[in-house]
Design a protein around this ligand. Structure first.
Ligand SMILES: *Cc1c(COP(=O)(O)O)cnc(C)c1O
Length: 439
């Protein structure tokens, strides 16, 4: 031992140095735990004897390493989370970035600060993941579904405008596949009608729209680092961002209004209600993340430009391969104003130019061994909205583009991490499938 003097007392955030730190009350990781994690991340291959021998060597080396260093005693919200938040804020060019458990928690935080109350209305696009509308439904706000643009499948601002009422409090644009929504039009509408904008940027970390980071254009934005996104923090994670002064409160909203910076008399911390649009609210949730998740994300952040570059090149390759196939509508690529993240390749068929539609295509291409990404059925097609009393038939009727896309024209193709052989195989299989459907 002999490290106690240096150890920090660290309940949630630093509470100063101490000989007997607060962390003494929790169990730390040890070498067994660490080697189990290594074993999980890099499981044994065919040669299990050689694998066991290597793993034992690593265990011994870990034991030696520990003699030269110390176990981390701080596993939740600490300096690595702070470092990550500073890096993310800088990378995105945004004032406040708060590392949380997932993007869904970020929508909740954004909606709370936006003053969303039961009975208020929220406009979200038809084509997205259930997370987008989860919080509004939870509190009994009314979800209004907007139709999508037929080319990008992002929220169509013209349909949003039609669906705005006196009660509309929040618009949640979703940058599907990492291609930005028409944010100028959406922000203009929001300003005109005094509506808050909470961006679902789950697919869009590192994308740009007219020189700004996607996700940092609305009042709030939330990114996902779930394992299927373009970078991830050990399987789960998110960042909620804002340029507004509400950002100062983010770090308290992450955990129940816990405020260690301003302790009450004779106690370590205060608990505060947070102030959003139109008044105070309390937050009962705990959306804290771990230091290890922050370490992983800091590392991936370094190679994000490279990751997006590979994805973009893969999308360009597919567009190039498909350019002579008249029935394929090309995926929108970067322009001067738009830099997507290429989370997914947006694939659309022109049903007028083939026999059958995307459903037939999906079957054919799957038979050739190309996996189908199970994104995204329009939200009103799931059971939950009907169960909650929504007129889902009317919603469906009000979203003709989303319906047509879902039923007849659209799917997503994976872009990464594919080998060049897999990418080529997929392009061949797609072209072959479409050719088989030629009229
Ligand atoms: C993945 C995803 C989310 C949810 O992100 P989590 O970090 O898992 O909460 C939200 N919206 C869309 C469009 C997504 O694809």
């Amino acid at each position: 031992m002999g490290n106690e003097k240096k150890a920090k007392s660290d309940f949630r955030y630093d509470t100063g140095e101490a000989k007997v730190p607060w962390a003494a009350v929790g169990e730390n990781l040890n070498t067994d735990d660490i080697s189990e994690i290594i074993k999980f991340l890099i499981p044994a291959g065919e040669d299990s004897a050689a694998y066991s021998a290597q793993l034992n060597k690593i265990k011994q080396q870990l034991t030696e390493l520990v003699k030269l260093g110390n176990y981390s005693t701080k596993l939740s919200l600490g300096n690595k989370v702070k470092e990550l938040e500073a890096k993310v804020a800088k990378f995105l060019g945004v004032k406040y970035a708060c590392f949380i458990t997932n993007a869904t928690a970020g929508f909740e935080i954004g909606c709370k600060f936006s003053g969303l109350k039961p009975g208020d209305e929220v406009i979200a696009p038809a084509i997205t993941f259930l997370s987008t509308i989860n919080y509004p439904l939870t509190i009994g706000a009314k979800v209004v579904i907007a139709d999508v643009d037929p080319v990008t499948l992002n929220m169509d601002p013209k349909d949003v405008e039609k669906k705005i009422t006196q009660k509309t409090k929040v618009i949640i644009p979703v940058h599907i596949g990492g291609y930005p929504c028409d944010m100028d039009a959406i922000m203009k509408l929001a300003k005109k009608h005094n509506i808050m904008v909470v961006e679902d940027a789950a697919h869009a970390f590192g994308g740009r729209y007219k020189g700004k980071s996607i996700g940092a254009i609305g009042d709030f934005g939330s990114f996902s680092f779930h394992e299927v996104k373009n970078i991830n923090s050990l399987g789960e994670g998110g960042v909620v961002v804002t340029n507004s002064d509400y950002g100062k409160e983010f770090f308290k909203s992450r955990f129940g209004g816990f405020d260690i910076a301003n302790p009450i008399d004779k106690w370590l911390y205060d608990v505060v209600a947070l102030k959003g649009e139109g008044g105070h609210y309390t937050t009962a949730g705990n959306h804290s993340s771990t230091e290890i998740q922050a370490v992983a994300l800091l590392s991936q952040l370094n190679r994000l430009p490279e990751i997006i570059d590979i994805r973009r090149k893969n999308a360009e390759y597919l567009n190039e391969r498909f350019k002579d196939v008249k029935a394929i509508i090309p995926c929108p690529l970067d322009t001067e104003d738009i830099k997507g993240t290429y989370h997914l390749y947006l694939f659309q068929l022109n049903p007028d130019k083939v026999k059958g539609d995307i459903q037939d295509f999906k079957k054919k291409v799957m038979e050739k061994g190309v996996v189908q990404i199970p994104h995204f059925a329009p939200l009103y097609r799931f059971t939950f909205l009907k169960q909650l009393g929504y007129d889902t038939k009317a919603m469906q009727m009000s979203c003709p583009n989303a319906e047509k896309a879902f039923l007849h024209t659209f799917t997503h193709l994976p872009l990464y991490p594919l080998t060049n052989e897999q990418l080529k195989y997929m392009a061949d299989a797609v072209i072959e499938s479409v050719n088989e459907m030629k009229k």
